[in-house]
Design a protein around this ligand. Structure first.
Ligand code: PEP
Ligand code: MG
Length: 575
């Protein structure tokens, strides 16, 4: 949880600080504002002409309406008050006036005579700001005061670039709990709430905001009572995290001494430190596609290799490191590898292993680097998004070819390094018995498995009610994969966000899982549940949960069990 001043970003992520000018600078500020308004009006009229020619008058008229607002007397008078009377800088005045308009129009409803949509107003705001600030992007780089970022959406790479020293938390209108933005936030141990729905119109930079990542709550402008209550909760949670530190070095075993291996999920080599700090038994999922984030050119084979060596040296002897090959796609596209033609359904398109199998130089470069790194530690390789047996066989064939090349060049690697596949597409879960014959281990990616099983986009808050790892259909798929793996002696773990939620720990252990891979941040609470559980207890819980016929019933049942198993973790100290 974090409490602090808001930093509101517009759609393009432009930073709008709440700054004032000196009385002597007011006239210059007014001139700056009017110059930007005039340039924006001119530009909107040009767009109107151009769009009318290209698409017809109906579409051009949208920009004609934009042009009118730059001369709208009410809008201009609002701006005048904000700059002349309140002495705000032009950027802030524009942002505030637009937000007030959004609120006013929304109150009037869709049928108001102007029928403005907030998207149009944000477009207008963006146009004016472009003339005031220039086309400067990456506004998140130079934030120096503690702030809570509020945005319509953040991409995973924008999230990755947030400075942990000054950004206390963030909240977005769009996005889902297992979007890569949310995963990044967890990896960075940054409180966050995504997919809040429409709220930016009600907040301006500088307002005090509470972001409660654990409960998924954002409170703007809390009164003194609410603020005091949340400060107390925050302090209680911080002191409880002290207990996790105490338990950190205790073994991850059940009450009846069955070891449950806990591995870490990482996106960047530096996060390996967070894994060792929390006693992870290794890295169960290294999402290597993040090596491509925030750079203009692809990393070379050497850069891949050096990144893997860094993780190996941090994890030390005897800890496995599962390197997953590139999983570009959906919300994780880097510009250079975006499909030439936009896809209608990127999540069902050329993503992940499909993309790698079409771009074998890209894929083989990474395979070489992984194999070279295998000479220096317990490296394992894993393929993402496998949906058919032939697809997996193609990967294995290419891996063998790369091994052959390395051998011919006298380059060292571990020829028998363990090979695994993600099970995150329903077809792979259904074919688990066949896939199990080809690989050493499975890692069940529930983030994608849930989305594909329920046909519910993991980043779309509008279908978040459908998107649940507790859905009986998902539970049955997981159980059948664990059983198929057990029959063939293939290793199996879960590496989706589900395995980091202590609510599901008894269920997963009860289904037969003895290894989980999770964000390092979630390791202590999951281990605490394991240490308070017997396998028999877990099996009873799993058997009962599997009889229920809705996600809601499963969740309610697991909540009751969690309260019994670990009462001090549920609501304790927060009254
Ligand atoms: C998953 O889908 O569960 C998974 C671990 O992969 P990612 O979240 O990177 O898609
Ligand atoms: Mg996935």
């Amino acid at each position: 949880m974090a409490i602090g001043p808001a930093l509101v970003l517009d759609a393009e992520g432009v930073r709008i600080p709440q700054k004032r000018v000196l009385p002597s600078q007011v006239e210059a500020e007014v001139t700056r504002l009017h110059t930007a308004l005039a340039a924006s009006a001119f530009e909107a009229t040009q767009s109107q002409r151009e769009i009318t020619q290209r698409l017809g008058a109906k579409f051009g008229a949208i920009f004609g309406a934009h042009a009118l607002i730059f001369e709208d007397p009410a809008f201009l008078s609002d701006l005048d008050v904000l700059v002349r009377k309140e002495r705000f800088v032009a950027e802030y005045a524009v942002s505030r006036a637009v937000r007030e308009l959004v609120e006013a129009f929304e109150k009037e409803g869709e049928n108001s005579f102007l029928a403005w949509r907030s998207g149009d107003l944000y477009d207008i705001e963006k146009r004016i700001l472009k003339h005031l600030i220039g086309e400067r992007r990456d506004p998140l780089r130079d934030v120096h005061e503690p702030s809570i970022v509020l945005a319509r959406d953040l991409t995973p790479s924008e999230t990755a670039s947030l400075d942990r020293n000054s950004i206390l938390a963030f909240a977005t209108e769009h996005g889902g709990r297992t979007s890569h933005t949310a995963i990044m936030a967890n990896a960075m141990e940054l409180p966050a709430v995504v997919g809040v729905g429409h709220f930016l119109a009600d907040v301006t930079s500088g307002d005090i905001v509470i972001v409660d990542g654990a409960e998924g709550i954002v409170i703007v402008g809390p009164d003194a009572n609410v603020l005091a209550q949340y400060r107390k909760t925050r302090d209680a949670r911080l002191s409880r995290s002290g207990h996790w530190v105490v338990e950190r070095n205790l073994p991850s075993v059940t009450l009846d001494s069955v070891p449950i291996t806990l591995l870490g999920n990482i996106e960047f080599p530096d996060e390996a430190t967070a894994c060792t700090a929390r006693g992870a038994g290794g890295v169960g999922l290294y999402r290597t596609e993040f090596l491509y984030v925030g750079r203009d050119s692809d990393p070379s084979e050497e850069e891949h290799f050096r990144a893997y060596l860094r993780v190996i040296s941090e994890m030390g002897e005897g800890r496995p490191i599962v390197i997953r090959t590139l999983d570009f796609g959906a919300d994780k596209f880097v510009e250079a590898h975006r499909p030439k033609e936009p896809e209608k359904n990127p999540s069902l398109g050329v993503r992940s292993i499909r993309l790698c199998l079409r771009d074998t130089p890209l894929f083989c470069k990474q395979l070489r680097a992984i194999l070279r790194a295998s000479a220096f530690g317990d490296v394992r390789i894993m393929f993402p998004m496998i949906s058919t047996l032939p697809e997996l066989r193609k990967c294995l064939f290419l891996l063998k070819e790369v091994m052959e090349d390395l051998r011919e060049s006298g380059i060292a690697f571990k020829p028998n390094l363990p090979i695994g596949t993600m099970i995150e597409v329903p077809s792979a879960a259904i074919m688990a018995a066949e896939l199990a014959r080809e690989v050493d281990f499975f890692s069940i990616g529930t983030n994608d498995l849930v989305q594909y099983t329920l046909a519910a986009d993991r980043t779309n808050e509008l279908v978040a009610d459908l998107y649940s790892p507790a859905d009986p259909a998902v539970l049955r798929l997981i159980k059948s994969v664990v059983d198929a793996a057990g029959k063939h002696g293939t290793g199996v773990n879960v590496c989706g966000e589900m395995s980091g939620d202590p609510l599901f720990t008894p269920l997963l252990v009860g289904m037969g899982l003895r290894q989980l891979s999770l964000a390092p941040n979630n390791l202590p609470p999951v281990k605490a549940v394991i240490r308070r559980l017997t396998v028999a207890d877990a099996e009873r819980i799993a058997a009962e949960a599997m009889t229920l016929d809705s996600a809601r019933d499963v969740i309610n049942y697991l909540l009751r069990e969690r309260k019994r198993i670990h009462p001090e973790a549920v609501g304790g100290g927060e009254e």
